[in-house]
Design a protein around this ligand. Sequence first.
Ligand code: FES
Ligand code: FES
Length: 174
Amino acid sequence: MTQLQTTEVPAAKNPSLAPPDKLAVTLIVNGVEQTLRLAPWTTLLDALRDHLNLTGTKKGCDHGQCGACTVLVEGRRINSCLTFAVMQDGARITTIEGLARNGVLHPLQQAFTDHDAFQCGYCTPGQICSAAGLLAEGKPLTRDEIREAMSGNICRCGAYPNIVAAIEQAMGRT
Ligand code: FES
Ligand code: FES
């Protein structure tokens, strides 16, 4: 019986097995231009947390289910775990760390504090960034519409009534 001979090709000599080169990615994060060299599969969330040390943005599910990772890209809210950093090359990103101005809390940060709109606080950066995107959309919303528009942001502590009250305050209703 003949034995099948296999010849192993070292990864370094086999281009199909070699890891792809890292890519230069420029992000304007909270007004500061940052150029990183990242593996192409690096999510925006991991770029922020692991490469820029901006750990305010939270990783909950890493699958687009919880909203803990919400940031603003060009003013629009997105789940940063669902986009690769290379896809946002050149974009302006705002994280929770970039919302306060000159030591003054963003109206949403103040409203969340005023309304005790959190318990553990893990979902809070994502809730606030999502609400900031919602406010920027500029639509007058009923309480139910706010709930619907914020439904992508899960709060496992169940602080929903306080979160809605805080958003209403930031919308200038209370
Ligand atoms: S960590 Fe991105 S949606 Fe949950
Ligand atoms: S405050 Fe704990 S998950 Fe929302």
